[in-house]
Design a binder for this molecule. Sequence first.
Ligand code: IMP
Length: 422
Amino acid sequence: MPATVVVGAQWGDEGKGKIVDLLAQKSDLVCRYQGGPNAGHTIVADGETWKLRQLPSGVVSGTTSVIGAGCVVDPEVFLGEIDMLVERGVDPSCVVLSGNAHLIMPWHVTIDQASERRLGKLQIGTTRRGIGPAYADKASRIGIRVQDVLDAKILRQKIEVALAEKNVWLERVYETEGFELEEIWSHYAGYAERLAPFVGDTSLLVDEALRDGKHVLFEGAQATMLDLDHGTYPFVTSSNPIASGAATGIGIGPTRIDRVLGVAKAYVTRVGEGPFPSEIQDERQTRLRELGGEYGTVTGRERRCGWLDLVALRYAVRVNGITSLAVTKLDVLSDFDELPVCVRYRLPDGSETPHFPAHQSDFHHARPVWETLAGWAEPLTDAASLSDLPAAARKYVEFIAHELEVPIELVGVGAERDRVLA
Ligand code: IMP
């Protein structure tokens, strides 16, 4: 299938990096279509671990790696990752950056941090990388784009316009220091020479690749439940990770997408605040966190852990048009005798539903209805194909496919690239 979107089907950190890395071997282009350095992708290939935040996962395999217009870019993080690739012997010339992508400016980071502090108990738990404020300025039309850096005069004008407003906010609302025009201008103008070789017309590049019958992979960052429009607002990110975001974020028509691969962990994790019905309420949460190494790639924060939530996954299948699923980290569950799975939500009025609540207050009060499946209590290290899995593990996977009415294409049973069963 030429155009495939890989999308996180839960709250992020489903192991998309590994699945993208695997599919990137057979792709001609890998594209990021939204998000910024709030994403943390860990790829383990040939015994080496790569942690990327800004660049598409495909870069590790030397595949043409596109950052589309729908992304926000922190030039320091971007160039830092380019330097890291060079140091580790990977040629970064395969990276193509849209001139329409917006830049994360220093005030975005300051505002992200200050507004979380101000929210106190109501905070969102953002990654504090300036993502939300950068997207807010984009929508307010005072954002600064990658292409602006390439023209020093325009860059100066745009920084001046932005600072006229930002400094008032920073000083009066957030009671923190503002930024100096000349200092920011010279700093960002200094990025021009290093960014220029990477900037290209990414919409045209992807369109031409698809016309030539090439394989294009669209890599979603964050995930369905963190989608600005369809996630658990306000505990969401500020872009559209869902599959249709690939069309807007890259600049192709929705009819060009052939296939949507949803990636879901065999259980659930969430970082940041917000309701989480299937969150584990006993010591097994800590056990699962340790077994799964569930700590944020970007922030190092502990991830909250829960049992598999099929209500939320059913919703992800719907809003993304998922055509098949990859279930990751099945091996992490090997330590448990029994595995509760949330199959429905019980709402405050006592009714039960298999569908994700359309309204926030219903979701906040939803309680999980469990179906308990047998565990397999043995490691999955030797399984070379799905038929090698212990019967209970196969049943677990089949249960998910049956409940969601979606085929399961890949099952992850270990961190290495080759520990994925097809
Ligand atoms: P922001 O994207 O930094 O604005 O954070 C908004 C919400 O999305 C917070 O709950 C973050 O923890 C969450 N989030 C952002 N990026 C990721 C990610 O890559 N994985 C998991 N959660 C994320």
